[in-house]
Design a protein around this ligand. Structure first.
Ligand SMILES: Nc1ncnc2c1ncn2[C@@H]1O[C@H](COP(=O)(O)OP(=O)(O)OP(=O)(O)O)[C@@H](O)[C@H]1O
Length: 266
């Protein structure tokens, strides 16, 4: 499947190979993420979605292959160069990855302090409070500790921190995992509205079929150690790969498609 004609690549992965000892996780994996799209990444458990994300953000050194993000190669960067690139993206890890001993506002301030240590306290607090509002958290969430928040609020706090440095690119690792369907749908809507407002490119790992239907422009499918297909859901449905058919045409896939259709009709 080819990339859209007007694709301006923000992430390009070519010939990626990752292994742990004898276990080869990726072999000859290629993927392009285009500017301004929400790309969903799906695949069975253990197919290497998180390892792929770690390779893209430079946390996992591949055995082979090229990874370019925002026009810069991610392989063998020195720390200063890597830091400059990291500043241009935000990451929401699966469990929120907040510092438990810091309040929500202090968590949001962590990346700001790292990159702009000279910003005074008042401005820092104002930026944090703005990011908290953007993530649809009530302002009284700022002084709370992560242990005082619901699961949905922890995700929003993680999102507020991911947005701290006005990123161009957002990585989301299973953002709706562990949320009830209403909280998950509202988180999807939040991501979609932020993506539009901030003109973000989003790399989104998910198992959540509703999320794929609700917000993803294209979906990349990981299987057999590589990206076996990438395209819109109708494009993927036209392929007769057994995993794709089972995933999208299984009972959960059909339920998600029905929900998406009902939303369009409403
Ligand atoms: N640091 C590591 N050391 C050894 N093996 C690892 C390491 N990280 C990941 N793996 C292995 O790589 C494979 C892919 O893992 P990964 O976490 O990327 O899968 P995934 O597709 O994200 O799975 P899930 O959907 O269950 O989260 C797994 O078999 C995992 O055990």
């Amino acid at each position: 499947m080819t990339n859209p004609k007007d694709c301006s690549p923000v992430i390009t992965v070519q010939g990626l190979r990752n292994s742990f000892g004898e276990q080869v996780v990726h072999e000859n994996l290629d993927l392009t993420v285009c500017r301004g799209e929400i790309l969903g990444v799906v695949g069975g458990s253990g197919t290497g979605k998180s390892v792929l994300m770690r390779s893209i953000i430079g946390l996992q050194r591949p055995d082979e292959g090229e990874v370019e993000v925002l026009g810069e190669s991610m392989i063998d960067r020195d720390e200063d160069e890597a830091k400059n690139i990291r500043r241009r993206w935000g990451i929401l890890f699966q469990n929120g990855a907040l510092f438990s001993t810091l309040t929500v506002a202090e968590n949001v301030e962590v990346p700001i302090r790292e990159y702009f240590p000279y910003i005074d306290k008042q401005l820092m607090d104002e930026i944090a409070s703005y990011k908290i509002a953007m993530s649809a958290l009530p302002q009284d969430a700022g002084p709370k500790f992560p242990s005082e928040l619901s699961g949905g609020m922890v995700k929003r706090a993680g999102l507020a921190r991911a947005l701290a440095l006005d990123p161009e690119l957002l990585f989301l690792d299973e953002p709706t995992a562990g949320l009830d369907p209403i909280a998950a749908a509202s988180f999807d809507e939040l991501i979609l509205s932020l993506q539009k407002k901030l003109d973000l490119t989003v790399f989104l790992i998910t198992h959540d079929l509703d999320t794929l239907y609700a917000i993803c422009d294209r979906v990349a499918v990981l299987a057999d150690k590589k990206v076996i297909a990438v395209g819109t859901i109708p494009e993927l449905l036209a392929l007769d790969h057994p995993w794709i058919q089972e995933y999208f045409n299984g009972p959960r896939g059909r339920a998600a498609a029905d929900t998406a259709e009902e939303k369009v009709d409403a």
